[in-house]
Ligand binder design. Structure first.
Ligand SMILES: [Zn+2]
Length: 82
């Protein structure tokens, strides 16, 4: 089972954190589903995001690997923000 093809953004909770890792330069950044919904259609599959998005780093434009960042959610739940 691959969640990237199974869920659309509208199926994910808005505060879910999606992590993006550049396969080229290793840059990592995270965005919540809510933030993604401001740029993308709610019927977008994460697999499509992975295919269409590029590394944010200037001049890199490398392909990204996408994942749901569960750990971040757990930490936020336990400790809150500093
Ligand atoms: Zn990159």
């Amino acid at each position: 089972m691959n969640w990237k093809n199974e869920y659309q953004l509208l199926d994910l909770e808005e505060d879910k954190v999606i992590g993006f890792t550049c396969k080229k330069c290793g840059l990592y950044y995270a965005q919540t589903v809510k933030e993604l919904l401001t740029h993308y259609n709610s019927q977008t599959y994460p697999a499509e995001l992975e295919k269409n998005m590029q590394c944010k780093k200037w001049g890199c434009n490398g392909p990204l690997r996408i994942e749901i960042n569960q750990q971040h959610l757990i930490e936020a739940f336990q400790g809150g923000l500093p």
